[in-house]
Design a binder for this molecule. Structure first.
Ligand code: NDP
Length: 241
């Protein structure tokens, strides 16, 4: 295989499953994280996958971190912009700090992650950009104006990158998970999960991180070379209007 994959937020939750799935396919994987050193160390111990720590909201830190990844593993062929946070609240109570933090991490973080690897992908005439968006970017969500804005923004990013990169052999696609059983979702009170969220999912269950990882490995593969600017929704038939 010999290809190099970078997964932001690749040590926990959906990102952890993506890192492991790409490693199992033979990619040399770099998994990044923000601050949970203990989890990152346990992840490397269990998988042998190298981890790197930087804040995706910081462009200089991202560029320096990616330069180090490329020094260690070689040029990045596949970039998975997965790191993301929520900081929910109804709009009438949402503070500028809440708005700015989520935009900086989830939306500017995608720019900061993809921009440093893009020129190399153009030169080498190959690249895969995969952004983990969300069903809530497709349908909106009360209490998540900030988060939904970033996840809808991801779809604009990949559609535009697809048009810029297509002739250079680069694809850019999004995966929109529904509710997946990670710490982000398990943080929702259990009674809310059981009474409000799971009943909205026709599949009757949360998704598994591995079910998102399989979308990513497919989009990263040579077989997906003509899929560009697309969105894969993986949400247990939780259709939206
Ligand atoms: P988790 O909270 O389980 O994991 C988040 C990961 O991102 C961690 O590795 C964390 O690092 C890292 N991270 C967070 N902030 C930053 C930052 N500023 N810089 C670098 N890394 C950061 O998240 P999920 O696995 O649940 O979500 C992953 C992605 O999937 C997100 O973009 C999320 O919006 C999206 N998504 C999730 C859904 C779900 O149901 N879980 C549904 C739809 C979309 P550390 O461990 O150091 O904190």
């Amino acid at each position: 295989m010999g290809r190099v994959a970078l997964v932001t937020g690749g040590t926990r939750g959906i990102g952890e499953a993506i890192s492991k799935a790409l490693a199992a396919e033979g990619y040399s994987v770099a998994a990044t994280y923000a601050g949970n050193d203990e989890k990152a160390a346990a992840f490397t111990e269990a998988t042998g996958i190298k981890t790197y720590k930087w804040d995706v909201a910081d462009y200089d830190a991202s560029a320096a971190g990616i330069a180090k990844v490329e020094e260690d593993l070689g040029p990045v062929d596949v970039v998975v912009a997965n790191a993301g946070i929520t900081w929910d609240g109804f709009f009438h109570k949402m503070t500028p700090e809440q708005w700015n933090k989520v935009i900086a991490t989830n939306l500017t973080g995608v720019f900061n992650t993809v921009r440093p690897v893009w020129p190399g992908m153009r030169e080498r005439k190959f690249g895969r950009v995969i952004v983990i968006s969300s069903i809530n970017g497709q349908k909106g969500q009360a209490g998540q104006v900030n988060y939904a804005a970033t996840k809808a923004g991801d779809l604009g990013i990949v559609k535009s990158l697809a048009q810029e990169g297509a002739r250079a052999g680069i694809t850019a696609n999004a995966v929109c998970p529904g509710y997946i059983g990670t710490e982000m979702v398990r943080a929702i009170p259990e009674d809310v999960l059981n009474s409000k969220i799971i009943p909205q999912i026709p599949a009757g269950r949360l998704g598994e991180p591995e079910e998102i990882a399989r979308c990513v490995t497919f989009l990263a593969s040579d077989d997906a070379g003509f899929i560009n600017g697309s969105t894969i929704s993986a949400n247990g038939a939780q259709f939206f209007v």
